[in-house]
Design a binder for this molecule. Structure first.
Ligand code: AMP
Ligand code: ZN
Ligand code: FE
Ligand code: FE
Length: 278
């Protein structure tokens, strides 16, 4: 059997529930050949897993999932094989975290104004080591019994366009691609079938993305087949992963997508060609 990899995993450094070490242990158990930790807008989960690697472990790839805003809605760009010490990248991620904190405070203020007495500390506690996001606000609201469930918090208060929703400061796709390339990495459009990102593939190819994610738990078989064709048409690479978050719902389990190691080899080739042509 061909060796499998998983190029899309989240830890509790973003909105996953498992620690980087727990992910590493599971990847070992499942005998994956390689894996990428792709937390939202932070590489701290990747760095922590890297520190805990032992000899003979599966190969850990530098990864990141950048949130990008466009007028037509948000898209997620996966970054792979970048230099995790790149100063421009680190500065951009630091700035992003700071803006996330400010946004979290604003959402708490709006909820307070609506009579819900949660504090920003409750949210920070829910976030733990992660950058503050809506999942942590929802968790804090549920814990304070302000809502009956995590999902209710989104449905009633903080879902898109709901009264306590505050938009996120995001990168533009062009900025994100340039940032990833400047750090020696490759840029891959995440889960194109989600929120109509598939309609933007041609435009993103024009902006210089390197690949698209084809295998993903949200993609049906015929959709993955269509995406593979699109990748060929636009001369893009293809990747895949479970988008594991450790909670039920729309993510897969670690290694659940049949992603062959060849995908990674192609990414490496592309990254080294890029670095060579700088
Ligand atoms: P943020 O990046 O802070 O805007 O939070 C986005 C995250 O919130 C997503 O990745 C999901 O985990 C979660 N989320 C967004 N909308 C919903 C929803 N309607 N119901 C449940 N979770 C949601
Ligand atoms: Zn996520
Ligand atoms: Fe995503
Ligand atoms: Fe993801």
């Amino acid at each position: 059997m061909k060796q499998r990899i998983d190029l899309h995993l989240h830890t509790n450094c973003s909105d996953g529930l498992r620690t980087p070490l727990e992910i590493l242990e599971e990847v070992r158990k499942r005998k994956l050949a390689a894996f990428a930790i792709t937390d939202h807008d932070t590489i701290s989960g990747f760095l922590s897993a890297r520190e805990q690697l032992q000899e003979g472990d599966p190969e850990l790839i530098a990864g990141l999932e950048l949130s990008c805003s466009t007028e037509a809605g948000d898209i997620h760009l996966l970054a792979y094989l970048f230099d995790p010490d790149n100063a421009r990248l680190l500065e951009a991620l630091g700035d992003f975290q700071e803006k996330r904190n400010q946004r979290g405070r604003k959402m708490v203020q709006r909820l307070n104004d609506m009579g819900i007495s949660i504090t920003y500390d409750d949210v920070l506690q829910a976030a733990g080591t992660a950058a503050v996001g809506r999942p942590h606000v929802a968790e804090a609201m549920h814990q304070c019994k302000a809502v009956a469930s995590y999902d209710d918090a989104f449905r009633q208060y903080i879902g898109d366009k709901k009264p306590a929703f505050v938009p996120k400061h995001n990168f533009t796709p062009a900025d994100a691609i340039s940032l990833i390339h400047a750090a020696g990495g490759v840029a891959v459009l995440a889960h194109p079938m989600v929120a109509g990102a598939v309609d933007r593939i041609e435009e993103l190819a024009g902006l210089g993305i390197d690949g698209i994610e084809v295998l993903h738990p949200d993609h049906k078989q015929h959709e993955a087949a269509k995406l593979k064709e699109m990748a060929e048409r636009f001369r893009l690479l293809w990747t895949g992963g479970s988008d594991f978050h450790g909670r039920g719902g729309r993510c897969g389990s670690i290694g659940s997508e049949a992603v062959p190691i060849d995908c990674l080899q192609e990414l490496k080739l592309r990254s080294s060609q890029k670095r060579g042509s700088d």
